[in-house]
Design a protein around this ligand. Sequence first.
Ligand code: DGY
Length: 322
Amino acid sequence: MSKPKVFITRHIPREGLDLLKEQVDLEIWDKSEPPPYSILLEKVQEIEGLLCLLTDQIDQRLINHAPHLKVISQMAVGYDNIDVQAATNREIPVGHTPGVLTEATADLTWALLMAITRRVTEAEDYIKQGKWTTWQPMGLLGSDFVGATLGIIGLGRIGRAVARRARGFNLNILYSQPHRLEVGLEQELGVNYVPFEQLLKESDFISLHTPLTEKTYHLIGKNELKLMKETAFLVNTARGGIIDQKALYDTLKQGEIAGAALDVTEPEPLPKDHQLLTLSNVIVTPHIGSASYQTRSKMAIMAAQNLLAGLQGQPLPNCVNY
Ligand code: DGY
C-alpha cells in the first residue's frame, strides 16, 4: 500500500522526523526560510498531511486548493496563521502543541523581564562602546522586583507558569482576562483578579500571555499605554499583533513608560531599521520563547503524533477544532 504524502515546511528536530519517516512519504522544505506561498499552494495539491509552522500562511485559499488534505499539524501552540474555520468547513482537523513549551516560554519571559528592568543589554553595549571607566553610583540604575506589582494579561498555561516564578521574587501579582479563575486556583498561584484598566494602572511590570485573535489585536494601544505608570515595563512573549507598535514607539519615545521587551513583533521578522530598534530601553528577540533543545524536540514529537493520528483518521491528541 502506498504511504500518505506529507509536506513539512522546514527541517524540524529529528525526534519528530523519526516518528514519521517509516510511515509516510515525506517531503521536507530544505531551506532555512519558509516556503513561499506559491510553493505551498503547489505542494498542498498532492498531499494528505501538512506539518507547518507559525511562519506559514495557511488560509482559506490554500486549504481549498488541497483536495486530498486530511490533517494540518502545526508545530506551535499558537495557530493564528491558520484559518481554522476554513479547515473545519472541509472537516480537516488542525493540531497544535500545547503544554510542552509552557515552561520554556515562561523562562524567556523572565529572562526578558529581568534584562529590561536591570538594563542588561544596555549595560553590555555600554562596555562594548568603551564607556566603562569606573563604578558609577548613579549609572545604569534599574528597578527592584521585591514588593513590586506584576500584571499578567491572560492567565492560561504560560501566564500561570510566569506567576509561579513571580512568587519566588516576592512580587504582588495581578491578572486580567475575560473569565476569573476559581478562587482555590487564584490562592494557589497567589494572584488577584482585577479589571483590565486597573491592572494597567497599578502594575510595575506587565506581561502578555493571551492568544492573538480579532479581540486581542492591538489590545495594548495608545489609550492602554497611557494608563500605565511612567516607570512601568511591558513584556510580550505572546504575539506581536497584541501591541500597537506605533503607539508603543511613541509612548517609549516620550518617556511615558520605562521600557519594553518583545520576543514577538508585527511583522516578523522586524526590519532591522525599525524605529523600535533605535531605542535603548527596548529589547527585541526573534521569537525564541520555545527555543530550547528539549522543548523544540517535544514540540516536533507532538506535531508528528497529531499528523499521524489525522492521517489514520483518528482523533488528534491535541486538536484545536474537534
Ligand atoms: C508558539 O508555539 O505558538 C510559540 O509562539 C512558538 O513556539
